[in-house]
Write a protein that binds this ligand. Structure first.
Ligand code: G3P
Ligand code: CA
Length: 276
């Protein structure tokens, strides 16, 4: 298991045990990220989505090739219940098609062009199925924040868990969602998987912990006092979506556990300059 970024939970032994037992699998990559460890590691939001079409294999590969080891992605289900990586409920914004993701089977989704909207160089890029994104990260031992955009049906949940199978990723996956009920379903079906609530504002530790021992608040709702409170309760905090250097600095000072950004490779360059 690669080294976790060091933290100093100033809590009672019981809480410390929870932190150690449940520490999220978020890592700094070696050797490329070794000189970045004075700040939280970046989490690539929809891949390196500032420089490639979001939630596509090129976006995730660009992050991985740039030394990023933590990937965030959004999951919907096709009409035939396959987990696919796309943000919106419809394909309209990010492909050359129209209509609801849930209204198209995976073969139809795979015929769409999910790259041209971003740039000609990405013409022909496909909507990925979750499994292939996880496979691409395997040799990097990447960590995945897999966000459920819908509450899965029992069959969809079964297919989600099957997508993780055989890749040795269970310890490197955090299933996230704005929907607490979706996370509860995941924990019931797969208690070994980590879950984390994505939120739209501040939530105290006790409420956060009902959904998992990690938390994804909007970065503007994070400050030093709140970060300290979450940390002392054993909650790891991953603010989203942080694009500006001055906010990266502030959140590093607040000692968050990772910083979700559209520009994770740029973040690493900034981190290397700052940590060397
Ligand atoms: O990880 C949190 C963030 O991704 C939630 O917002 O809309 O980008 O999925 P959204
Ligand atoms: Ca997301």
């Amino acid at each position: 298991m690669p080294a976790l970024r060091s933290r100093a939970p100033a809590a009672a032994a019981g809480v410390l045990a929870v932190v150690l037992a449940g520490a999220l699998p978020v890592v700094s990559a070696a050797p490329a990220q070794a000189r970045t460890s004075c700040v939280p590691p970046p989490v690539a939001h929809r891949g390196a989505s500032a420089s490639a079409p979001e939630n596509t294999r090129p976006a995730f590969r660009k992050a991985l090739a740039g030394g990023v080891r933590n990937l965030e992605m959004d999951v919907h289900f096709s009409s035939d219940n396959v987990p696919v990586v796309i943000h919106d409920h419809t394909v309209t914004r990010t492909t050359n098609g129209t209509g609801a993701v849930a209204g198209l089977d995976v073969a139809a989704l795979r015929r769409l062009d999910a790259g041209s909207w971003f740039g000609k160089a990405y013409r022909g890029t496909r909507v990925p199925v979750l499994r292939e994104v996880l496979q691409d990260g395997k040799r990097y031992r990447a960590r995945y924040f897999v966000e459920l955009k819908v509450r899965p049906s029992p069959l969809q949940l079964q297919n989600l868990l099957a997508a993780f199978g055989g890749l040795d990723v269970a310890r490197r996956v955090v299933v996230t969602s704005f929907d607490a009920a979706a996370l509860a379903d995941v924990r019931t079906a797969a208690p070994h998987l980590r879950t984390a609530l994505v939120d739209t504002g501040f939530r105290p530790s006790a409420s956060v912990l009902e959904n998992g021992n990690a938390y994804l608040p909007p970065y503007r709702s994070v400050n030093a006092a709140r970060a300290r409170q979450w940390r002392s309760a054993g909650v790891e905090v991953f603010p989203w979506v942080v694009q500006r250097q001055r906010d990266w600095s502030r959140l590093a000072a607040d000692r968050v556990s990772g910083t979700i950004t559209d520009a994770p490779v740029k973040y690493l360059r900034w981190a290397r300059a700052r940590c060397s």
